[in-house]
Design a protein around this ligand. Structure first.
Ligand code: HEM
Length: 500
C-alpha cells in the first residue's frame, strides 16, 4: 500500500513554504549504478518506487532512473520522482513541463528507429510540428471511425477462431491455447486497415511478418529501460548498458515503409494536403502511431484485461455480470449485432468501469516524463516543493493511481469503481492517457490522441468475448476454457415450436 506522508490540502489552509525535495542521487557513478541494480535486479519497478517513497517519507523524491549508460553516452539519470495523484498533474501542464525527446525518459532511442524523422510523440507542444502531427493523428482516428468497429470485430473473430482450434487440439494436462500471437495478428491487421487504410493481405510478407517486425522494432527501442528477467548479470551487461542499434531492424522497417507508401497512399496524401506534412514525415509518423502507440499500447493492455476478467477464481462474479450486461445491450441491438458499434458499448457501464479499473491498476505506459520549463512550486496534497528549471520529473502512474488520498481500497481491483456519480467524479484521477480521463487531447497538450478510442476498443473486445462465449477462463496468456454461447431459452423454445 502506498503510504500517506502529507497532510491533505483541507487540513492545512495556509500553504507552507516550499521544502527541499528529499532523496539523494548518491555519489557519481556508484549512486546511479546502485539505483539501476535495484530497479532491474534486486527490486521490481513497483518496489523501487515504494521503497524510496517510504524511506524519504514523501511521495515526491529524488532518485536516478535507469538506464545508466557509460558517461560518454551522456545521459543524465537524475529525476524528481512523483508517486501521488496531486503532484502528478504537473506533468500534464504544458506551461510547466517541456516534453521534447523525453517520451521514455532521459534516454531517447533516436531517429534511427523512425526513418530519420522526429515523430510527433517526441515533440514538445511549443514546436509547431507537434500541432501538425497531433492534428493528423486525431483526424486519422476521426476518419477511421466508420471502419474501426467492423474491422476490430472481424479481427477478433479471426483470433478467436484460431484460439478455439488450438484449444480443440490440446489434450491431456495441457488444456490451454496461447492467444498472444493471434491477438497481435488481429491488432496488426485491424489497425492497418482502420488507421492507415491499407489491407496487409495484399502483401504476403507484411501480412505474415508485420507484427513480428513491430515487436522487434519496439523491443530495440524500449528494452534498455525494461526489466526482462533474463539471467543476471547478462541482462545488465547486454541489454541495459548501451543503446541498442537501430540498423538491425532497417530492412523490416523499410518493408513496412514501402507498404504504407503504396497501400496507405491516400492517408499519406491527406497528411500532405490537409496538414502540411511532407511524404517522408507522414509515413514515419503513420508507422509510429500504428506501431508504437497503437500496436504497442494494445499489445500490452489487452492481455492485462483479458487475463484479469478471465481469472478462474472470479471472486466478485464479474464474468456473469459482464455477460448479462453485454447480452442485454446486444438484445437491444437486435442480437444479430448489425448495429453493434461504439455507440452500443458506451451503454455498458460495468464493462466500461472494468476497463477503467484495469487502466488504473495496470496502466500500460507506467512512466511519464517532462523537463521543468522554469522554476516552479510543485504541490503534493498539503506539501509544496521547489522544482528548478531543467530538472526532469518522472511520474510513476501505478502508484499515483493508487493514491489513498484519492481512492478508497486503492490496492483492490473494484470493477464497479467508476460507476455512478461518485465513480464518474473519480475519472479526473485516471491518468493512463497522460492526462485526466475528464480532459480531451488537443494540439496544445500531450494527452493520447486516442483516449476515447482506446477505451471503446477495449470495451468492444470484452463485449465480443461475451457475445461468443457464456464463460471463459484464462491463465496468464492462455485460454484454458471456452464455453460457447448457448441459445437463450426463449430462442430455443421458439425454435422448438417452429414448424419444420
Ligand atoms: C492501449 C493503447 C494506448 C495507450 C496505453 C496509449 C497511451 C499513450 C500515452 C501515455 C501517451 C503520452 C506519452 C507521453 O508523452 O508521455 C500517448 C500519446 C499518444 N498516443 Fe496513445 N496510447 C494508446 C493507443 C493509441 C492509439 C490507438 C493511437 C492512435 C492514433 C495513439 C496515438 C497517440 C499519439 C499521437 C500520442 C502523442 C500525443 C502528443 O504528442 O501530443 N495512441 N499515448
Amino acid at each position: 500500500m502506498l503510504p500517506t506522508f502529507s497532510p491533505t490540502a483541507s487540513a492545512s489552509p495556509v500553504t507552507p513554504p516550499p521544502r527541499p525535495i528529499p532523496g539523494s542521487y548518491g555519489p557519481p557513478v556508484l549512486g546511479p549504478l546502485r539505483d539501476r541494480l535495484d530497479y532491474f535486479w534486486f527490486q521490481s519497478q513497483d518496489e523501487f518506487f515504494r521503497r524510496r517513497a517510504t524511506a524519504n517519507r514523501s511521495t515526491v523524491f529524488r532518485t536516478n532512473i535507469p538506464p545508466t549508460f557509460p558517461f560518454f553516452i551522456g545521459i543524465d539519470p537524475r529525476v524528481v520522482a512523483i508517486v501521488d495523484a496531486d503532484a502528478f498533474t504537473a506533468l500534464f501542464d504544458p506551461d510547466l513541463v517541456d516534453k521534447r525527446d523525453i517520451l521514455i525518459g532521459p534516454y531517447n532511442p533516436g531517429t534511427g528507429f523512425t526513418g530519420g524523422s522526429r515523430v510527433g510523440v517526441y515533440l514538445d507542444t511549443e514546436e509547431p510540428e507537434h500541432g501538425r502531427t497531433k492534428n493528423f493523428a486525431m483526424a486519422l482516428l476521426h476518419r477511421s471511425a466508420q471502419t474501426w468497429a467492423t474491422e476490430l470485430r472481424a479481427g477478433v473473430d479471426g483470433m478467436l477462431d484460431t484460439v478455439e482450434a488450438e484449444l480443440a487440439k490440446a489434450s491431456g494436462d495441457n488444456l490451454s491455447a496461447n492467444y498472444i500471437i493471434p491477438l497481435q495478428q488481429c491488432i496488426f491487421r485491424f489497425l492497418c486497415k482502420a488507421l492507415v487504410g491499407a489491407d496487409p493481405s495484399v502483401d504476403w510478407a507484411v501480412d505474415k511478418f508485420g507484427f513480428t517486425i513491430l515487436d522487434i522494432w519496439l523491443a530495440l527501442q524500449i528494452l534498455p529501460t525494461q526489466k526482462i528477467g533474463a539471467i543476471q548479470p547478462l541482462e545488465e551487461l547486454l541489454i541495459h548498458s548501451f543503446p541498442l542499434p537501430s540498423f538491425i531492424i532497417w530492412p523490416g522497417y523499410n518493408l513496412l515503409y514501402r507498404f504504407v507508401e503504396k497501400h496507405g497512399a491516400e492517408a499519406v496524401a491527406y497528411a500532405e494536403k490537409e496538414h502540411g506534412i511532407g511524404e517522408k514525415d507522414a509515413i514515419n509518423n503513420l508507422l509510429f502511431v500504428l506501431g508504437f502507440n497503437a500496436f504497442g499500447g494494445f499489445s500490452v493492455f489487452l492481455p492485462f484485461l483479458v487475463a484479469k476478467i478471465g481469472e478462474a477464481a472470479d471472486p466478485s462474479a464479474l464474468r456473469p455480470r459482464l455477460r448479462e450486461e453485454v447480452r442485454g445491450v446486444l438484445r437491444a441491438c437486435g442480437d444479430d449485432g448489425a448495429e453493434f458499434g461504439f455507440k452500443a458499448v458506451r451503454e455498458m457501464p460495468l464493462v466500461r468501469s472494468t476497463v477503467y479499473e484495469m487502466l488504473r491498476m495496470s496502466p500500460p505506459v507506467p512512466l511519464q516524463f517532462g523537463r521543468a520549463r522554469k522554476d516552479f512550486v510543485l504541490r503534493s496534497h498539503g506539501d509544496v516543493f521547489q522544482v528548478s528549471k531543467g530538472e526532469v520529473l518522472c511520474g510513476y502512474q501505478p502508484l499515483a493511481m493508487r493514491d489513498p488520498e484519492v481512492f478508497e481500497r486503492p490496492e483492490e481491483f473494484v470493477p464497479e469503481r467508476f460507476i455512478g456519480d461518485e465513480g464518474q467524479a473519480l475519472l479526473r484521477h485516471l491518468f493512463w492517457s497522460n492526462g485526466p480521463e475528464t480532459s480531451q487531447p488537443a494540439a496544445g497538450n500531450k494527452q493520447c490522441a486516442a483516449k476515447e478510442v482506446v477505451v471503446d476498443t477495449a470495451c468492444m473486445l470484452v463485449a465480443e468475448l461475451f457475445r461468443r462465449y457464456d464463460d471463459f477462463e484464462v491463465e496468464g496468456t492462455s485460454f484454458t476454457k471456452l464455453v460457447k454461447r448457448q441459445p437463450s431459452p426463449s430462442l430455443s423454445a421458439a425454435a422448438a415450436g417452429a414448424p419444420q
